[in-house]
Write a protein that binds this ligand. Structure first.
Ligand code: ADP
Length: 331
């Protein structure tokens, strides 16, 4: 396992700032030194570092530095360089791991304060709810888990699944122009196909107390799926007719939107609920909800104050569910 940790900063690491500067056009070394506040040696070191990650940077005596090409692999530098908001988690990128949720939880059990976003190119044991397997070929999807230690009461932490679903669907739309719906509680759908799943898990560290890990598996650049998934899963690339999607830009947009909503987790949650309601693929529909051995059939009427589903049963009772699996009638 190779980890590429990235320095944390008010805006982002210097390498990320260099990338961001070069993305807006060629720059002379003197301009870069002034913009980044680094020495000549440091600039050389940063450029060499980025080149070792696969960035192609040309250095011309007259034109200065030009970013010619960016690699497909996901690096903290690339993700951080696309972040626009003030909510900047620490970012790590792993080439392979069992599961990014497990990685993040291990750090939650130790001293990591979060927010910490752990990306992986490949998971050997990626999972969804109830231990179901999450399939993603190495380097094609976006696999990330974010460790959080929310200040708000733990009873409201279920809101974070809702906020993450909203952030992912907004990011998909912003980066690709494709509309994404939310199938309560944790699936993102495009044209009835599942493009992303979300898995939130909690834990308690003996020294730092409770933490939450929210994991996202997003199908980005896959061109095919195993036969059992082919009819129900889709990747953004397939939806876009083969166009490759920049995973670092998409990851950063998810972080930007998640940060925006997490900062409104208490005061702005009503606004988030309205946005989720508009994107919901289940509200207003007849469905059966399964939870453990229990199942209930009714009409999905609304979301409650923590993002739970309010189901109007046949006898008129309105029952709230904080979790469960939804099957839509006739869907
Ligand atoms: P759900 O909440 O819909 O049950 P999970 O979030 O638990 O789903 O994710 C696991 C399930 O998602 C698996 O049972 C499988 O059917 C499906 N799945 C696995 N990998 C993918 C993928 N890459 N894209 C879409 N669906 C997937």
């Amino acid at each position: 396992m190779t980890a590429i940790p990235s320095p944390r900063g008010a805006c982002c690491s210097v390498a990320a700032r260099l990338l961001r500067t070069l993305r807006s056009g060629s720059a002379l070394p003197s301009e870069l030194l002034a913009a980044l506040g680094v020495t000549n040696d440091a600039l050389l070191h940063l450029t060499t570092h980025l080149e070792s990650l696969g960035f192609d940077i040309s250095r011309h005596p007259m034109l200065g530095y030009t970013l010619m090409e960016e690699p497909q692999c996901l690096t903290p530098e690339a993700v951080l360089s696309h972040i626009e908001g003030d909510w900047v988690p620490e970012v790590m990128a792993l080439s392979t791991t069992t599961s990014t949720n497990t990685e993040a939880a291990e750090r939650g059990l130790l001293e990591a304060s979060g927010p910490l976003a752990i990306f992986a190119e490949h998971q050997t044991a990626g999972r969804g709810r109830l231990g179901r397997k999450w399939e993603a070929k190495a380097g094609e999807g976006l696999l990330v888990s974010i460790l959080l230690r929310p200040n708000s009461p733990q009873a409201t932490w279920t809101r974070i699944t809702t906020l993450t679903a909203l952030a992912v669907s907004e990011a998909i739309e912003s980066v690709t122009g494709v509309y994404a719906g939310i199938k309560w509680p944790n699936d993102i759908l495009v044209d009835s196909h599942k493009v992303a799943g979300i898995l939130a898990e909690t834990g308690t560290s003996p020294t730092r107390g409770a933490f939450l890990v929210v994991g996202i598996g997003l199908n980005v650049n896959q061109t095919d799926f195993p036969p059992e998934l082919a009819s129900k899963a889709a990747a953004l690339r397939q939806i876009l007719g083969g166009k490759v999607v920049n995973r670092a830009a998409l990851a950063a947009k998810i972080i930007d939107r998640l940060g925006f909503w997490i900062e409104r987790m208490e005061q702005g949650f009503e606004l988030a609920l309205k946005a989720v309601t508009l994107r919901s693929t289940v509200l207003g529909r007849q469905l059966t909800l399964h939870s453990g051995t229990m199942s209930a059939t009714g009409t999905a009427e609304a979301l409650d104050e923590n993002g739970g589903l309010l189901l109007r049963l046949a006898d008129g009772e309105l029952r709230a569910f904080s979790a469960g699996e939804v099957s839509l009638r006739g869907a």
